[in-house]
Design a protein around this ligand. Structure first.
Ligand code: GTP
Ligand code: MG
Length: 176
């Protein structure tokens, strides 16, 4: 690899929406149906190689991922983890509309932080697409339109949409 870049990412969202499962799918291409709820936060490093289609040059991206704990009692710790992040992935559960309300809360908090001259790129992810029967689609699309953030649907269980999400992140830092 002739080029190298570090990329700091934070995941935020209500407990049990699948933040840790998304990271495990991305970092190890695995899924654990009995995943333990995260305590405090977990730090995961993942090396990711991308080839420039024009120059064939290989670039190494060192993903540095803070996977935060969604349980209410850890909420006040979040700024420690998003403070230095370049990208924030806000996750909700497509089958649990209350988790979308929590996602809106995190987006508002990060937008407030960004108003103080920070530039965290905010992405919204609806996870557990394998369980979803599109029951909340109207409310979700209304919210996505209003928030004006890039939106992805994923299944950490089946792997659907996970590559697209991280590919989007890699492409957007390449431009910047
Ligand atoms: P906290 O660490 O408590 O904040 O939760 P989390 O957001 O990290 O959720 P976690 O990854 O631990 O997943 C919670 C539960 O949902 C686990 O039982 C997972 O196996 C399950 N789960 C996660 N993603 C998916 C998915 O895409 N589909 C299905 N069917 N289950 C999922
Ligand atoms: Mg977790």
């Amino acid at each position: 690899a002739s080029k190298e870049a570090d990329l700091k990412i934070v995941l935020l969202g209500e407990s049990a929406v699948g933040k840790s499962s998304l990271v495990t799918r991305f970092a190890s291409n695995a899924f654990d149906a009995d995943k333990e709820s995260t305590i405090g936060a977990a730090f995961i490093v993942k090396k990711y190689y991308v080839t420039d289609p024009e120059t064939n040059e290989v670039k190494l991206i060192n993903f540095q991922i803070w996977d935060t704990a969604g349980q209410e009692r850890y909420q006040s710790l979040a700024p420690m983890y998003y403070r230095n992040a370049s990208v924030a992935i806000i996750v909700f559960d497509l089958t649990d509309i209350s988790s979308l309300t929590k996602a809106e809360f995190w987006i508002a908090e990060l937008e407030a932080y960004n108003r103080e001259e920070h530039k965290i790129q905010i992405l919204l992810v609806g996870n557990k697409s394998d369980l979803s029967k599109n029951e909340n689609d109207n409310q979700i699309s209304e919210t996505v339109e209003r928030l004006k953030v890039p939106y992805f649907k994923t299944s950490a269980k089946e792997g659907t949409g996970v590559d697209e999400l991280f590919k989007y992140i890699v492409d957007s830092i390449d431009d910047g």
